[in-house]
Design a binder for this molecule. Structure first.
Ligand code: 8ID
Ligand code: ZN
Length: 350
């Protein structure tokens, strides 16, 4: 009893607007599942896609969204390890070839044939969404679908980034863009991994959320600070800076500051993707401090299941607000203004 028509948020051209309208429900191919999306998180990547911020074109018309949690309602003949009625998640990596050099090494995000949900294929801002059976996240039925939605991109990505940083339990990590969707989850994953966190973002609402709800022991307000580099270093016990920096801000400036305040031998992990931005670091300090700077891009299937498992164990709590799918444009407006503390999740029934 899958309907033929459904509601979706669609853009016809880069730049938008998003239109809430009725479209056809698609049929899954042999290696695909059809998921009745109940909730979908809104990631800043979705806004980058609308705005055409990146040097990679989207499909058009496009249904965005890649944090979709729901129930499997149909599947192709080749999908054997997932059943109708199971809970499953659509993530950014919708499908990959599973055969190339990268897929063989479980670096599926690097697959040259990767399909990207809500970017090169239609995503989760619709009631029924298709994804490759091999790649959908398996969601245990005791996990609430609204709360798990943000984990499907933001959670996986920051968990992977923290692993890539090599930071060890007891060490300190600076989260830059801590008040946003990725940043709020990054603080929770970091602490669950035994790390201490310094939050960097701006405004009273985000400061309160980071220090009182999300457990960061220090907050540096980038808009108020006259010297972010000095303030971040001074927030560490010995004044030598954090062992790692997780950059999830949508702004170029912090990508050019992090190498200056990271601790000698420390690692800077670049995750945020501000339009047209460049990394910059002073050669002298980077060399004599033996700094590592690297990129980190979502996560593989194993990272996905691990990130979900952290959530299921009750050790990840990040705030989110639920509004109807019909209200996506309002969420984009708030996101554009940097006014979202945490994550918005869309209820596809409204
Ligand atoms: O795999 C990946 N690499 C990946 C996965 C998912 C998302 C990358 N991303 C990218 C998105 O495309 C986006 O560019 O990560 C970035 C963050 O996504 P988000 O968390 O969904 O965005 P948000 O909720 O808008 O939060 C951004 C925060 O950055 C702060 C803002 O105040 C906001 O809270 N911020 C800004 I703008 N400038 C800052 C600065 N100078 C800053 N925080 C600290 N210092
Ligand atoms: Zn995302």
């Amino acid at each position: 009893n899958v309907p033929k028509r459904q509601m979706a948020q669609v853009i016809e051209k880069t730049g938008g607007p998003v239109e809430f309208k009725e479209i056809d429900v698609q049929q899954p191919g042999p290696d695909e599942v059809l998921i009745n999306i109940k909730y979908s998180g809104v990631c800043h990547t979705d806004l980058h896609a609308v705005n055409g911020d990146w040097p990679l074109p989207t499909k058009l018309p496009l249904v965005g969204g890649h944090e979709g949690a729901g129930v499997v309602v149909a599947k192709g003949d080749l999908v054997e390890d997932i059943e109708i009625g199971d809970h499953a998640g659509v993530k950014w990596i919708n499908g990959t070839c599973l055969a190339c050099d990268f897929c063989q090494q479980a670096d599926e995000p690097l697959c040259p044939k990767a399909l990207l949900s809500g970017y090169t294929v239609d995503g989760s801002f619709q009631q029924y969404c298709i994804a490759k059976g091999a790649h959908v996240a398996r969601i245990h039925k005791d996990i609430p679908l609204d709360a798990i939605a943000p984990v499907l991109c933001a959670g996986i990505t920051v968990y992977k980034g923290l692993k890539e940083s090599g930071a060890k339990p007891g060490q300190t990590v600076a989260i830059v863009g801590a008040g946003g969707g990725l940043g709020s989850l990054a603080q929770q994953y970091a602490q669950a991994m035994g790390l201490r966190t310094i939050a960097i973002d701006s405004g009273e609402e985000k400061r309160k959320m980071c220090t009182e709800q999300l457990g960061s022991y220090a907050f540096v307000d980038f808009a108020k600070s006259s010297n972010v580099v000095k303030d971040v270093q001074q927030a560490t016990e010995d004044g030598l800076g954090p062992h790692a920096v997780i950059l999830v801000a949508v702004n170029e400036k912090p990508f050019q500051q992090a190498a200056e305040y990271v601790r000698p031998r420390g690692t800077v992990i670049c995750i945020g993707l501000p339009a047209g931005a460049y990394l910059k670091a002073p050669v002298f300090e980077s060399v004599i401090k033996m700094v590592t700077i690297k990129g980190s891009y979502v996560g593989n299937r194993k990272d996905t299941q691990e990130a979900l498992d952290f959530y299921r164990r009750g050790i990840i709590k990040a705030p989110f607000k639920v509004v109807g799918l019909s209200e996506l444009q309002k969420v984009y407006d708030l996101m554009h203004e940097g006014k979202i503390a945490g994550r918005y999740v869309l209820d596809t029934s409204k």
